[in-house]
Design a protein around this ligand. Sequence first.
Ligand code: HEM
Length: 147
Amino acid sequence: MYQLLLVLHVLGATIWVGGHLVLSLAILPRALRTRNPSIILEFESAYERIGIPALLVQVVTGLMLAHHWVPEVESWLSADTPLTRLIFVKLALLAATVVLGAHARLRIIPRLNSDNLPLLAYHVVTVTLLGVAFLVAGAAFRTGGVN
Ligand code: HEM
């Protein structure tokens, strides 16, 4: 069971972080250069069908893995051991990702044009960096945690 959760978690991570890196490093620069929002919209409409389920898989498997490491759920926010600190970091990254993602999806994308494209770019790059931080924090569970 633990191994299956870990495989699903890592698979979800490749989709979420990989997709955002492609968006930030390949799609976004082209859209900004040509001031053409439809390049982003096209990528977004294809990607969100696998990106959002991947994030949901991350959350469910992540919570179950956190329970594997620290079964006392009430201590998760205490951040008083290396492992609870990592769980706290993961939950904080999740909150920031959800707030930024919802703001981009609900407020910026519906009225995306060449003027607010740079604002979307900041959101995309920040969510990508948060994704990389998720990976770094994830790898620390088995390599020592935050002391
Ligand atoms: C986009 C979101 C996320 C990404 C990209 C991500 C990525 C990763 C990665 C790459 C690992 C390392 C796996 C390994 O050691 O082989 C990991 C581990 C872990 N993640 Fe996440 N994670 C995400 C969200 C979450 C959330 C929301 C939680 C909930 C607290 C969570 C909890 C964990 C735990 C407990 C581990 C340790 C697994 C283990 O080694 O047993 N993750 N994560």
